[in-house]
Design a binder for this molecule. Structure first.
Ligand code: ADP
Ligand code: MG
Length: 243
C-alpha cells in the first residue's frame, strides 16, 4: 500500500454544548504508522476519531493529512480517503456480503459493476472470506462480519484507516482473527489510528501509543515507554486496572 499519508491532530478542541470533550488533543501518526489510542471510557477516544473524518467538526485546532488541513475539504470527499471501522459492523443485513462491498464502490466511487465486483472479490480474498461472497451477513460469525466491514472499507482504497474498538463486540474466540488482520494491514504500511482495549495488540503493533484522559492525550510514546515506564500517575493507574 503506497497511498498512505501522515496524520496530525493539532490542539483539537470540541464541545457538546457546555461539555468540553476534547480539550486540546495533539497526536502524530507517521506515514504508514499505527497509533493506538487507549484510555478510560468517556475520555473522548471515539470523538477524536470522528473529528478526523469530519463526522464531527472541531471548534478549534486542525487535522492535517500530509501537512495539509482537511478542514476545508469537502467532508464526503474526505471520507473516501479515510476508512472507518466501528464496534458494530453496520453491514446491510438484507444484502449479500459481496453487495455490501460493491454498493459503496458503485454509488460513491462510481465504478462499473464488473470493476466493483472484481475489486470486492479481491478484498474478500485478502480478508480470507472469498468463499462467503454470496452469504448474508447474519450467516457469518461476528469476526467474519467485522472482516467484511474491513474489506468494505479497504475496497475504497483509503489513505488512512480508523478503528473504533473494532473487536469489543466480538466473542473472545473471534477477537484474534480480526486483530491479526489489523496487524497485517499495519505491517503492509497502512496509516492507522486504532482505539482499543487490547493492550497486547497496542504493545506489539503500535508505533505510538497515546493515552487519553478527560479530553487530552496525557502521554504518548513508543509502546515500550508507555507500558514499561509510564510517567503520568493517571496512566499508571489505568494500566494497573487493565493489565
Ligand atoms: P470514549 O470513546 O473515550 O468512551 P466518547 O468520545 O464516546 O468517549 O465520549 C466522550 C464524552 O463525550 C462522553 O462524556 C460522552 O457522553 C460525550 N459525548 C459523546 N458524543 C456525544 C454527543 N453526540 N452529544 C453529547 N455528548 C456526547
Ligand atoms: Mg468510544
Amino acid at each position: 500500500m503506497n497511498t498512505s499519508v501522515s496524520l496530525s491532530l493539532r490542539d483539537v478542541h470540541l464541545a457538546f454544548g457546555r461539555h468540553r470533550v476534547l480539550r486540546g488533543v495533539d497526536l502524530d501518526v507517521a506515514r504508514g504508522g499505527t497509533a493506538c489510542v487507549i484510555g478510560p471510557s468517556g475520555s473522548g477516544k471515539s470523538t477524536l476519531l470522528r473529528t478526523v473524518n469530519r463526522l464531527l467538526e472541531p471548534d478549534r485546532g486542525d487535522v492535517l493529512l500530509d501537512g495539509r488541513s482537511v478542514l476545508r475539504d469537502d467532508p464526503d470527499a474526505l471520507r473516501q480517503r479515510i476508512g472507518m471501522v466501528f464496534q458494530q459492523f453496520n453491514l446491510f443485513p438484507h444484502m449479500s456480503v459481496l453487495r455490501n462491498i460493491t454498493l459503496p464502490l458503485r454509488r460513491i466511487r462510481r465504478l462499473r459493476e464488473d470493476e466493483a465486483v472484481t475489486r470486492a472479490r479481491a478484498e474478500l480474498d485478502r480478508v480470507g472470506l472469498a468463499a462467503k461472497a454470496d452469504a448474508r451477513p447474519a450467516h457469518l460469525s461476528g469476526g467474519q462480519q467485522q472482516r467484511v466491514a474491513i474489506a468494505r472499507a479497504l475496497a475504497m482504497r483509503p489513505q488512512v484507516m480508523l478503528f473504533d474498538e473494532a473487536t469489543s463486540a466480538l466473542d473472545p474466540e473471534l477477537v484474534k482473527g480480526v486483530l491479526a488482520l489489523m496487524a497485517e494491514l499495519s505491517t503492509q504500511g497502512m496509516t492507522m489510528v486504532v482505539v482499543t482495549h487490547e493492550m497486547g495488540f497496542a504493545r506489539q503493533v503500535a508505533d505510538t501509543v497515546a493515552f487519553m484522559d478527560a479530553g487530552v492525550v496525557l502521554e504518548a510514546g513508543k509502546p515500550e515507554s508507555v507500558f514499561e515506564s509510564p510517567q503520568h500517575p493517571r496512566l499508571r493507574r489505568f494500566l494497573s486496572q487493565v493489565l
